[in-house]
Design a protein around this ligand. Structure first.
Ligand SMILES: [Zn+2]
Length: 179
């Protein structure tokens, strides 16, 4: 799979690695190291204390289960205070991921909510709720094609064939459709 397409919700992180582990796509990300203000004494520090891996799950990307492994940095201040780096992407990512799931769900036809739930690693109830949200917000068709279209091929495993195409806006890199 080519990762020439930027991933929604992950614009402010560095994607260090993308690997496939047991059919699950694992995207390893980090934030840029920068000066933070100590929440305790207000002095500035960029001294790294340690890293923790935070796993963010349940996004389905291109028909595969995807996990984000966020290597979350902790800083240490001269006063001894240790604190996590600031980030806004986790919340935003999780919101985007709900959208993505809804999009993915739309593409699946002729499956029961239970099956879809199993697929997404969640319950049938959650899937039904997502469906409702989606129906209410109404799907907007692509009214006008963007000036540049990027077409990328990736290995899928649907019955239709081994390889699938994703069509994206060549400028914003946002996926338009996949087939
Ligand atoms: Zn301090």
């Amino acid at each position: 799979m080519h990762f020439s397409i930027s991933l929604p919700g992950l614009k402010e992180v560095d994607i260090k690695r993308v690997e496939e582990v047991g059919g699950v796509i694992r995207i390893c990300v980090e934030m840029e190291r920068k000066i933070h203000r100590c929440p305790s004494c207000q002095s500035r520090t960029s001294r790294v204390h340690d890293y923790r891996i935070q796993k963010i799950q349940h996004l389905k990307l291109f028909e595969r289960k995807t996990q984000i492994f966020y290597r979350r940095r902790r800083y240490v201040c001269d006063c001894g205070k240790r604190f996590s780096e600031k980030n806004t992407f986790v919340n935003r990512y999780q919101r985007t991921s709900i959208e993505n799931q809804a999009v993915g769900i739309r593409a699946i036809k002729g499956k029961t909510f239970k099956e879809i739930g199993d697929n997404y690693g969640t319950s049938a109830t959650t899937i039904v709720r997502r469906f409702d949200q989606l129906a209410r917000s109404e799907v907007k068709p692509v009214e006008e094609l963007p000036p540049v279209i990027a077409i990328d091929e990736y290995k899928g495993d649907t019955r239709e064939g081994k390889y699938q195409l994703i069509i994206a806006d060549g400028i914003t890199k946002k996926p338009l459709d996949n087939a």
